[in-house]
Design a protein around this ligand. Structure first.
Ligand code: ACM
Length: 637
């Protein structure tokens, strides 16, 4: 039997739960390791005091101050801890659980305490605190009449993996220093700590190298084209090569500092021996193919044939010549300048997709094979990679490269970025290579995240999609069969062949970047798409307030077609529950007065277009997709 006292306790608990539920639910991405929400909130005064420990804290205080003063018009000043409303402290005795990047955050009735073992931990604590404020904290204009309340919480938090990265390809399209800074700021909101810059490729060399000035005088510029990458027309000789850009060494130092202040390391990539057309155009002697002096920096015309598998067959030789001593002199000087610019312990040397077909026919390569006892063309690439590895080690750096390096017998100190299938990275970890997972089916954010009619196609004749739900559910930085001791972490890669500007770059990154951030930081036992997708939708309000472009494909229907004889049937699904879909085949825009979609529908034989959208709670929420039925029918097997 329950006595009166017990009933009182139960009623009190119920009351407590309802009070908690009545508050705005806390949405933090990445999900913290442990969080307890209490009832009540702390309403901040108009003059906020912040107490800070001594030492270099990077951008932490300025971040807090700029957000609060911009959106609220409040003042934020440094003060001692007795008077402070927000106290940041470095633990005097190291707290082992928090490690190098963790933090503890407590919001009490009249004070916020954030403690950590390191300045990085304090920065992450402040990022979490900012997510506890209303979404309007992101406003770029002062707002009146808002009560700036923070819910009372206790959080203990630290990351699952130490390498939490995003890669940006600045070769296929160039992004200015200010655009890159904005990108870094956005990454830092979600506790990313590695920014991989893909600095060189066939379409442009983007970092000033003082010992080889033509790399950027010539190699950074091409004929500008707009269209489908790999299917662009070949430039005419008289078309101006005025599209591109590069970072001076001063720009690069500024970006490194900017990132470091946000506890992000920049990983530079010089992609060799393949993907090197821009370098060869600047210095044709780096090639061992005759006629390389006639090459131009690629403008998006197709030149690699993948129909026979990897490596591709190249129509022009985009490789640095492994049989040419000038190439090693070049790599020595270039990497020395790179090593001096980027303090991060790793240098990325590419290694992917190097075509071998020109090497197979080359006398210099044949002579090298004889001299060095190399039995096959893949061994020629191994020879090249081992010499590059020696250069990198001579600069006191560690080497990392794409998983093709595994074919080259590089030493165990070289880390592998596993991009093709996870199998390569899993194998590498079991052999004792450090590994970063960024697999193309799960972590390539150049893949479409929505319908073909809304997103840019890939530069290949493939229609691959990586929806937000799959970016979240299908990526695991520590796959089951990997040796976790060797897994550094993971990253998403933004290849920019079809990303022409920084708004589109944001659109392709977010919200999928939230999925990667949570997969890299949060304990796997917290993984829960329903909860995560609800939080992500709360973040859409923050993105709106901060004017960050993002994809709302999560609200669009996922369209698929099936065929039975001459008849086609269309089926619709959605990534999240609670959406109603409406469609038409008669060019009219469907609304919620049309019949609601409930199951596969036969497509009228003569229909040309399908229009489809979604509603939630009687309000239009999805985009109006206008889908060519001829295109859709092509995809049915
Ligand atoms: C790659 O996507 N070629 C690394």
């Amino acid at each position: 039997m329950i006595d009166k006292k017990q009933i009182k306790v139960i009623l009190f608990c119920l009351l407590l739960t309802t009070t908690v539920y009545a508050q705005q639910p806390v949405s933090i991405i990445p999900e913290p390791v442990a969080m307890q929400q209490l009832s009540g909130s702390f309403e901040l005064p108009a003059n906020i005091g912040v107490a800070l420990p001594d030492g270099d804290l990077g951008h932490t205080f300025d971040l807090l101050r700029s957000k609060i003063t911009t959106a609220w018009g409040y003042t934020v000043s440094k003060t001692n801890s007795a008077k402070a409303h927000i106290v940041l402290s470095l633990n005097s005795a190291e707290n082992g659980q928090l490690g190098e990047e963790g933090y503890a955050l407590a919001v009490e009735k009249d004070k916020v305490n954030i403690s950590a073992n390191t300045p990085a931990g304090l920065f992450y604590g402040v990022q979490t605190l900012l997510q506890l404020f209303p979404a309007d904290i992101e406003s770029n204009e002062p707002l009146d009449g808002i009560k700036w309340r923070i819910p009372l919480v206790r959080i203990t938090d630290y990351p699952r993996v130490g390498w939490r990265g995003l890669m940006l390809d600045v070769s296929r399209h160039f992004f200015t220093v200010d655009e890159v800074k904005r990108y870094i700021d956005n990454m830092s909101r979600f506790k990313y700590n590695i920014f991989h810059l893909h600095l060189t490729d066939d379409e442009g060399w983007r970092v000033e190298i003082k010992s080889y000035p033509r790399l950027t005088e010539v190699g950074a510029w091409r004929v500008g084209k707009t269209g489908n990458f790999n299917f662009m027309s070949t430039p005419e000789p008289d078309e101006p090569k005025d599209y591109g850009g590069f970072y001076t060494q001063e720009d690069m130092k500024e970006l490194v500092r900017y990132a470091k202040d946000r506890f992000i390391n920049i990983l530079p990539e010089i992609d060799v021996p393949g993907h090197s057309t821009a370098a060869i155009v600047a210095y044709p002697e780096l090639s061992c193919t005759e006629g390389a002096d006639k090459y131009t920096v690629h403008a998006g015309q197709g030149f690699l044939d993948w129909s026979k598998g990897a490596p591709p067959i190249a129509a022009i030789d985009n490789t640095l010549c492994p049989a040419n001593e000038k190439v090693y002199e070049f790599m020595g000087k270039v990497l020395a300048e790179i090593a001096a610019l980027f303090p991060f312990e790793y240098i990325h040397v590419g290694g992917d997709e190097a075509p071998h077909n020109f090497w197979e026919k080359n006398d210099q390569i044949r002579a090298l094979m004889e001299r060095e006892g190399l039995k096959s063309i893949p061994e020629v690439q191994s020879y090249f990679e081992k010499r590059v590895e020696k250069i990198v080690h001579g600069l006191d750096k560690k080497m990392i490269g794409w998983d093709e390096l595994l074919e080259g017998g590089v030493s165990k100190t070289t880390a592998i970025m596993s991009w093709r299938k996870g199998k390569a990275g899993i194998g590498a970890s079991n052999k004792g290579h450090k590994v970063v997972f960024s697999t193309s089916n799960e972590a390539y954010y150049n893949l479409m995240q929505g319908d073909r009619s809304t997103d840019p196609p890939l530069p290949f004749p493939l229609s691959m999609t990586l929806r937000f739900v799959d970016a979240y559910n299908k990526f695991d930085p520590i796959p089951a069969d990997a040796d976790a001791r060797y897994v550094l972490g993971g990253q998403a890669n933004l290849w920019t062949e079809m990303i022409y500007n920084s708004r589109q770059l944001e659109y392709m990154t977010w919200p999928r970047g939230l999925a990667m951030a949570e997969n890299l930081w949060s304990p796997p036992e917290h993984k829960d798409w329903k909860h995560f997708s609800e939080k992500a939708q709360q973040f859409f309000k923050r993105f709106d307030a901060a004017e960050i472009k993002y994809s709302r494909a999560i609200y669009d229907p996922i369209v698929s077609l099936s065929r039975a004889g001459e008849k086609y049937f269309v089926s619709l699904r959605t990534e999240i529950e609670g959406l109603d879909a409406y469609l038409s085949f008669d060019y009219s825009e469907p609304d919620n007065f049309y019949p609601r979609y409930t199951g596969p529908i036969e497509i009228p034989k003569d229909a040309v277009i399908m229009r489809v959208t979604t509603y939630r709670d009687g309000k239009r929420i999805g985009r109006m997709l206008n889908i060519s039925l001829a295109d859709l029918k092509k995809e049915v097997r």
